[in-house]
Design a protein around this ligand. Structure first.
Ligand SMILES: Cc1cc2nc3c(=O)[nH]c(=O)nc-3n(C[C@H](O)[C@H](O)[C@H](O)COP(=O)(O)OP(=O)(O)OC[C@H]3O[C@@H](n4cnc5c(N)ncnc54)[C@H](O)[C@@H]3O)c2cc1C
Length: 474
């Protein structure tokens, strides 16, 4: 796990609200030992995978049903007390920190797959089901759910952060793949948004409003998702390049030609070295693209051929192919281990991850200048990216005993975000705003749009109890 660091320089207006003893008493009465005030439990729920920390929530409720969530929210609302929904805690931007105090509602025990509809390619799950659990449970149907953040996140958390992952270039993000939700609102009422139908023109799109709302508007208690047939043929390849520029130009051309590639991930040479040490992989120490093709056997062959030609034009070499699941797992190990390998490469370090995303035609402009800046800074870093979407992450590895490193990393991130915004991109492709990117949201969306978000928040959560102090200040 990433090591925490002081938050005060980022969010100077932390204002802990008192949690009345009467509320804790009422929660204990309602939930018995499913309401915990043990320090270790509170601390575990008061942080995420970011490097920030704040005092933990006053209590943690382990919800087992929508009714549990509704009762907990209603009790908290009656005492004007903040509520922070908790999935598995893998978010990266301080999303879960109790910066205004309050209680955490852990939905991890709401982990049932409620109904699978193979004829319609849909599934309805409770929010604590994780993405890997879902794919295990539906394997026999021949269908799968493609969204795969690096962590085995909960589907409620993924909806709440509008997550994506390596497959988004072909299958989209949570935005495209959530059809309907059940939500407990800030007043403790339970509502439904959307249906199992593929499309709808019925009124405001409340499903999309809750997707990406980071727990600030309500607690998601059910999620209905789109599924996809497991492709007839899958083929994966890694290809090394003489430079990052060559790899990036290959990706741009592949996407612009409309090749329906399923995954295309960039791993820089620092990451390759780190995973070689961590997982003894023996990969060639050059920038690499990891690719996957889905379709019919002929379709996959054709896509792979086109991509190989483009890569070769850009100096790509050493294509290594894998068609069996075991070989594919071996090839993808480098990507999946990159974050953990990086953290281990500098023992005791803190990682700050960037998350910019730009239109594909601007990817090289954004990425290459940022690599030059990171190299010049002297800060150890790794770079990985869902580059087919124009999304990439620098992970700066900071020595907590060298505060100056943090300042330099934040400066690099600020320059990177400014560059991405200039190029028509976003400060966050998939991790969300949380605490860390609140300032960038104003730069990106503009004060008027953030004001409109505030208006919505005030209307749906007049007491400002749902995960307050995140995304924007109210
Ligand atoms: C190694 C690593 C790799 C990662 N790779 C990716 C990646 O490729 N793509 C990507 O998108 N993300 C990635 N992430 C980030 C993270 O996994 C995602 O943000 C994920 O969606 C968070 O899900 P969670 O269950 O951990 O949610 P949590 O961290 O528990 O919560 C995240 C936010 O959602 C809210 N929330 C949680 N559950 C609910 C609910 N039921 N109702 C309402 N609000 C809720 C919380 O209040 C919080 O604001 C990565 C993280 C790590 C550590």
């Amino acid at each position: 796990m990433n090591a925490p660091a002081a938050l005060s320089h980022l969010v100077p207006d932390i204002q802990q609200r008192d949690v009345p003893p009467a509320l804790i008493e009422a929660l204990k009465q309602r939930f018995g030992d499913r309401c915990s005030t043990a320090l270790a439990v509170r601390e575990q729920h008061g942080r995420d995978e970011s490097s920030f920390e704040a005092p933990p929530p006053a209590a943690v409720i382990f919800a087992e049903s929508t009714q549990d969530v509704a009762d907990a929210v209603r009790l908290a609302s009656g005492h004007d007390t903040p509520v922070i929904p908790f999935g598995v805690g893998s978010s990266l931007e301080g999303h879960l920190l109790a910066v205004q105090g309050g209680i955490s509602i852990d939905v991890g025990r709401m982990n049932k797959v409620l109904s699978v509809n193979p004829e319609d390619l849909t599934v309805t799950v409770q929010p604590g089901v994780t993405r890997k659990q879902l794919n295990e449970e539906i394997r026999s149907t021949g269908l799968f759910f493609p969204i795969d953040p690096g962590a085995d996140a909960s589907l409620g958390g993924m909806a709440a952060t509008r997550a994506s992952g390596t497959n988004a270039v072909r299958y989209g993000t949570m935005r495209e793949n959530v059809l309907a939700l059940e939500v407990v609102t800030a007043s403790g009422e339970t509502i439904r948004t959307g249906t199992r139908a593929r499309k709808s023109s019925a009124g405001y799109d409340l499903t999309r409003l809750f997707i990406g709302s980071e727990g600030t508007l309500g607690v998601i208690t059910e999620v209905t998702l789109r599924l996809y047939p497991i492709p007839e043929a899958i083929s994966a390849a890694v290809c090394s390049f003489p430079s990052i520029a060559a790899a990036v130009h290959t990706v741009i051309q592949v996407i612009q030609l409309g090749v329906p590639i399923a995954r295309v991930e960039l791993i820089d040479v620092n990451s390759v070295r780190m995973v070689n040490t961590y997982a003894k992989l023996g990969l060639r120490e050059e920038p690499m693209l990891l690719m996957e093709f889905h379709g019919s056997p002929e379709g996959v062959k054709e896509q792979a051929h086109t991509v190989q030609e483009i890569a070769t034009e850009h100096g790509g070499n050493a294509f290594e192919w894998a068609t069996t699941p075991e070989e594919r797992t071996r090839l993808w190990t480098a990507r999946h281990n990159a974050y953990f390998a990086a953290i281990q490469s500098r023992p005791g370090c803190r990682a700050i991850s960037t998350d910019t995303c730009v239109p594909i035609s601007r990817l090289a402009d954004c990425l290459l200048d940022s690599v030059a800046e990171a190299d010049a800074s002297g800060i150890p870093y790794f770079l990985v990216g869902h580059v087919g979407d124009g999304n990439f992450h620098f992970g700066y590895l900071l020595d907590p005993n060298q505060p100056q490193e943090r300042v330099v990393a934040e400066e690099l991130n600020t320059k990177l975000v400014a560059r991405a915004l200039r190029l028509g991109g976003t400060c966050t492709g998939e991790h969300g705003v949380g605490l860390h990117k609140m300032g960038f949201l104003v730069d990106e969306a503009g004060a008027g749009a953030v004001d409109m978000m505030r208006t919505i928040k005030r209307a749906l959560d007049p007491k400002n109890i749902m995960n307050p102090g995140k995304i924007f200040s109210v």
